[in-house]
Design a protein around this ligand. Structure first.
Ligand code: ZN
Length: 274
């Protein structure tokens, strides 16, 4: 599933292609449940509107229209967005497409069909914002905030990092990588981390996410940016999906365990409970 670096990369790649463009037609919808509100109302609210800005909140892409509405798109398991020739919308996994005023088409290709497109008014947008914790790359995310979020939490830190209410945008890949960088064992209870280790984790989260953005995200399955290009961060994983391979820091074989139903990779020697 795309995480913060992948969604950020998609937003940045769509921006020069979409900002200033007007939506002229709902050209395709063959999986109606991906849209909220339903198609007739959705089309009435977006057709004729111009896309003014593209942003991101957690793992949501936000397309601000020149009205009070924002199109919020979640790629989920396999979704990706492309701006291309209208004929491409006939592809079998393109479930949603909008014709644009430059003769091209914004299309949502989603093999697994878990992706969602929600049209939000300002109240809906505020609710989406309130449902998520701080953005880890913004100044509002500080070691003090992270300390507050982890206070008295008995759950393993690995599971807590996946909770979008605690920190926004982190998924399984970057939780594993951040804990390795911070030398923290994934089963350490969140509330047991000392101030020094929380400061280290805070920095590790930022480092891992910024490196992944610099490499256009990780393309493990079908993640692509808004031009259809793959990311390369998967070539730089230290632990994720590397069970049995040597730890890049101490050469001990990486281990795989399951935490909160998710594969978890760590070095049993240099990641400790503290
Ligand atoms: Zn190690």
């Amino acid at each position: 599933m795309p995480e913060l670096p992948e969604v950020e990369t998609v937003a940045r790649s769509l921006e020069p292609q979409l900002v200033g463009r007007a939506i002229v037609r709902l050209a395709k919808l063959d999986w109606p449940r991906m849209l909220t509100p339903p198609a007739p109302e959705f089309a009435a609210l977006v057709v004729g509107r111009r896309i003014e800005a593209i942003g991101r909140r957690a793992k949501w892409l936000l397309l601000s229209l020149d009205s009070a509405w924002t199109m919020a798109i979640h790629l989920r398991m396999s979704g990706h967005l492309l701006v291309t020739e209208p004929a491409a919308a006939a592809a079998p996994h393109v479930h949603f497409a909008l014709d644009l005023d430059d003769g091209r088409c914004l299309m949502f290709d989603d093999q697994r069909k878990f992706g969602r497109v929600h049209l939000l008014d300002p109240i809906g947008l505020a609710a989406l914002d309130a449902a998520h914790g701080p953005e880890p790359l913004m100044d509002t995310f500080t070691p003090a905030i992270l300390t507050e979020q982890l206070r008295d939490r008995r759950a393993p830190i690995k599971a807590l990092l996946l909770d979008q209410r605690l920190v926004a945008g982190i998924g399984n890949i970057y939780a594993n990588e951040a804990l390795w960088l911070a030398r923290i064992h994934p089963l350490t209870p969140g509330g047991a981390l000392t101030a020094d280790r929380i400061a280290c984790l805070h920095q590790a989260i930022r480092t891992v996410l910024m490196e992944a953005i610099a490499n256009q995200g990780s393309s493990l399955r079908n993640y692509r940016d808004g031009y259809g290009r793959r990311g390369t961060q998967q070539e730089h994983f230290n632990v994720y999906d590397r069970a049995g391979e040597p730890c890049p820091r101490c050469q001990m074989p990486i281990e795989r365990i399951v935490v909160a139903q998710r594969s978890t990779y760590f070095c049993p020697q240099c990641q400790t409970m503290g």
